[in-house]
Design a protein around this ligand. Structure first.
Ligand code: HPA
Ligand code: ZN
Length: 345
């Protein structure tokens, strides 16, 4: 059947598995929070700040891209600020009809500028999400704790302890930050307490590092999902391993272009991987920082990557199945909002 471009991408209910809370700040909010906290900014208005605080054209490396988070990070100095950014992140998801979402954050990164207590920040994130939902936002939100490789093994250990302590308020655990030079085996022991915790495990690998990293993350860490997993497409054996293990890739086309992972969005391998039987999903990664949203990623998937509406159905079914949210929540949301998927899996 010819697939006419029939779906209204913004109006259609969507699923987001890979979105960073710290990458979701509105420019207006960065300005307000910085002003409240007395933090100097390189611009007074959103228009003045945008060229310095947003990543809208490709940089040379993932590390360069990560350095650009400093302006947003630096504005977060209080628990009220954490509560606000969490509330607004959910409002923004709701506004573009994302109905099932996982939001991830690094307690170390979030708490660093303001010297905040990690447990207090956790409470503030949860409060912000509840505020948005209580005000009518119709989004089922799961939270994921991140350990950032840049902070070292002691921080990794502390983040694992944090995740176990807040087990009931989280759905998963992630590893992020600089990739090259930080192979998965480094974290095998540190992560071991998480294995029986019931938390889902995902990790940013194959974003800028070689295909050996995704392979090792699967074989050594036992990840259910990979953040990006872009370089899986460079090695047939690794791709076959991903297919055989049913590992789900959280792919983020615009982010991969901006961090230099692909030369253009049109060259993104997500469609080829999908055709090869890999479970792929489409995500926004850092919508505030990158000036995008998930609807934009669907739009580029359609126009640049040549996704059909049926492909969008497939990746959405995969995302619901792969979400770390409890099954009863996924069943409820699917019945309520995802009639457009039909009965197929
Ligand atoms: N990769 C690694 N760390 C990150 C990213 C990313 O894309 N976004 C925010 N932290
Ligand atoms: Zn990410």
């Amino acid at each position: 059947m010819p697939d006419s471009a029939s779906l209204d991408l913004r109006a259609t209910s969507k699923v987001e598995l890979h979105r960073h809370l710290e990458g979701s700040l509105r420019l207006r909010t960065i300005i307000d929070l910085s002003r409240e906290a007395g933090v100097p900014l390189p611009g007074r208005t959103a228009a003045e700040l945008a060229p310095r605080a947003l990543l809208v054209s490709p940089v040379d490396s993932l590390e360069d891209a990560l350095a650009g988070f400093a302006i947003a990070q630096s504005s977060i100095r209080s628990y009220d600020a954490v509560r606000r950014i969490a509330r607004e992140a959910v409002e923004d998801l709701d506004r573009e009809n994302v109905r099932l979402a996982e939001l991830r954050f690094s307690p170390h990164f979030l708490c660093e500028p303001g010297g905040l207590d990690w447990d207090g920040a956790m409470d503030a994130v949860v409060a912000g999400v509840h505020e948005a939902v209580d005000a009518g936002c119709d989004v089922a939100v799961g939270l994921i704790a991140i350990f950032s490789r840049d902070y070292g093994l002691e921080s990794a250990r502390a983040t694992v302890d944090f995740a176990l302590r807040h087990h009931d308020q989280l759905v998963g655990f992630d590893i992020a930050g600089t990739e090259v030079g930080f192979p998965p085996r480094t974290y095998r022991q540190v992560l071991s307490p998480l294995l029986d915790s019931g938390l889902g495990l995902t990790a940013h690998y194959g974003e800028s590092g070689p295909p050996d990293y995704p392979r090792e993350a699967i074989e050594t860490l036992g990840v259910a999902r990979l953040g990006h997993g872009l370089t899986v497409a460079q090695d047939d054996a690794v791709r076959d391993l991903v297919v055989a293990r049913g590992v789900v890739l959280e792919m983020c086309p615009t982010s991969n272009w901006l961090t230099g992972g692909v030369a253009s969005v049109a060259e993104h391998p997500v469609r080829r991987l999908l055709r090869d039987g890999v479970k792929v999903t489409i995500n926004s990664d850092d919508p505030g920082y990158m000036g995008i949203d998930l609807s934009h990623e669907w739009e580029v998937a359609r126009t640049e990557i040549r996704f059909t509406d049926e492909d969008l159905r497939t990746v959405t079914r995969t995302a619901i199945d792969a979400s770390f949210l409890p099954q009863h929540v996924k069943d409820r949301v699917r019945a309520r909002h995802f009639v457009w998927l039909g009965e197929g899996r």
